[in-house]
Design a protein around this ligand. Structure first.
Ligand code: MN
Length: 203
């Protein structure tokens, strides 16, 4: 089996009260596990995919089946998402904080624009902060389990931060109140991890 469910870097209840333990348990052990299982099926049914990295598969996703697309995106996005969070959250610093101020005016203005993009993503999907192909920070959103690494994404780039706006990410606690979930989520963002991704991508 090429792909496996990664362990969470913290306990299921560690992001309380922002994200409740029941949501985390289902999200990781059921939803993410299902993406992994179906991705492995899709890889075995596809042509020449065995042994390829997930990043390689996503970079040529337009040539793949819907099953590999949805579940490959699902596996990558969720693995990235767990690492984007930490108990207690943090604040951006250093070069990343400067780049955010330069690109969006201020950290507050960045968060407002990101939350608006999350609210504006109709139906299920993701909202992202990326380093785009010109080396600029940009906010973008994608439907379903698509992401900015896919060769046919409307806005391509390196994801630095991503939030899951599928209802399964928030419905148990926030019901239909996606804006409330997006606003609260900043309490659990691991900005050291985001800065590490930024440094690796910006060079
Ligand atoms: Mn999800």
């Amino acid at each position: 089996m090429p792909f496996t469910l990664p362990q969470l870097p913290y306990g299921y209840d560690a992001l309380e009260p922002t994200i409740d333990a029941a949501t985390m348990t289902l999200h990781h052990s059921k939803h993410h596990q299902a993406y992994v299982d179906k991705l492995n099926e899709g890889v075995s049914e596809g042509q020449g995919l065995e042994g390829k990295s997930l990043e390689d598969i996503l970079a040529n996703i337009s040539a793949q089946s819907k099953k590999v697309r949805n579940n490959g995106g699902g596996h990558w996005n969720h693995s990235f998402f767990w690492e984007t969070m930490q108990p207690g959250g943090s604040q951006p610093g250093g070069r990343l904080a400067e780049a955010i101020d330069q690109s969006f005016g201020s950290f507050e203005a960045f968060k407002t624009k990101f939350n608006e993009a999350g609210v504006g993503q109709f139906g299920s999907g993701w909202v992202w902060l990326i380093l785009d192909q010109s080396g600029d920070l940009a906010i973008t959103s994608t439907p379903a389990q698509d992401n900015p690494l896919m060769d046919d994404a409307p806005v391509r780039g390196t994801p630095l931060l991503g939030n899951d706006v599928w209802e399964h990410a928030y419905y148990l606690k926030y019901n239909n109140r996606r804006p409330e979930y997006l606003a609260a989520w900043w309490n659990v963002v691991n900005w050291d991890k985001v800065a590490e991704r930024y440094e690796a991508a910006a060079g």
